[in-house]
Design a protein around this ligand. Structure first.
Ligand code: DGL
Length: 267
């Protein structure tokens, strides 16, 4: 195997700012890793799209990005894209691809009431991938699913410093609580990478006694293992890459800087 260029980045991909919740954990474990954070803002949101639309965008964009930026590894930091297209991306690209899938297993291990909720996008919650995780890891547990597209919008607005209508959090909680058995939920899977960015707001809406579970720390550990022993150097500041130039992009700069992304570029 040829030596990996120390400047070859980790590329984290999401439809928007959600993957920053994964990047935060990656920074903790791999502070020296050069990073490109890629947001498909031209395709945001993925949640209402069809499987074919998401798969085509994700495979096409990651192919172009892999060719242009030569990452050592790609992390699809998006549950929607991962549950639909992880297998396809792995088939076409020859570098390690790490996905983000709903953290049903740890939630099932942690629940005491035997009832867990899952908040994701409309596309994620209907995926056979999620059915398989439920069948494998949540037998004997009641798993209630709800789509919460407004939380994607809320997280995007929060990171742009825009006001957010706080009732979106109450509505997301009610979408789970109002289902039969929903009052017994003690553990909620945040099955969209945007949602940990509004976890405090969700915690206030659900009230005490509910814990939230997501996969970011586990993903970071997996990336750490897959890059074990590789030399890493950051010859230029880390890059935030977008798929569409839009007037609002500069409002994201302060949030991106907090995640160590001090350059912005459009693909
Ligand atoms: N952050 C994405 C996820 O983890 C999806 C948000 C969207 O584009 O709808 O599912």
């Amino acid at each position: 195997m040829s030596e990996i260029d120390p400047a070859s980045p980790l590329l984290l991909f999401d439809s928007g700012v959600g993957g920053l919740s994964v990047l935060a954990e990656v920074r903790n474990l791999l502070p020296a890793a050069p990073v490109i954070y890629a947001a498909d803002n031209g395709g945001l949101p993925y949640g209402p799209k069809t499987e074919a639309e998401v798969a085509a965008r994700v495979c096409g964009l990651l192919g172009r990005m892999a060719e242009r930026y030569r990452p050592r590894l790609i992390c699809i930091a998006c549950n929607t894209a991962s549950t639909i297209a992880l297998g396809m991306v792995r088939d076409v690209l020859e570098i390690p691809i790490v996905g983000t899938v709903p953290a049903i297993k740890p939630a099932a291990e942690q629940t005491r009431s035997g009832t867990i909720g899952l908040l994701g996008t409309a596309a994620t919650i209907r995926q056979p991938y999620v059915d398989r995780l439920e069948a494998e890891f949540a037998q004997g547990i009641l798993l209630l699913r709800a789509a919460a597209p407004d939380l994607v919008t809320a997280a995007e607005a929060k990171l742009r410093g825009e006001p957010v209508d706080q009732s979106v959090y109450q509505r997301a909680a009610a979408a789970l609580r109002d289902q039969a058995g929903g009052e017994r939920i003690d553990t909620v899977v945040l099955a969209c990478t945007h949602f940990p960015l509004v976890e405090a707001e969700l915690a206030a809406a659900f009230g005490p006694g509910v814990r939230f579970v997501h996969g970011a720390a586990g993903i970071a550990r997996r990336i750490d293992r897959l890059t074990d022993g590789q030399a890493m150097a950051r010859p230029a500041p880390d890059l935030a890459l977008f798929t569409r130039a839009e007037p609002g992009l500069p409002t994201l700069a302060p949030a991106l800087v907090r995640y160590g992304l001090t350059r912005m570029e459009v693909l």
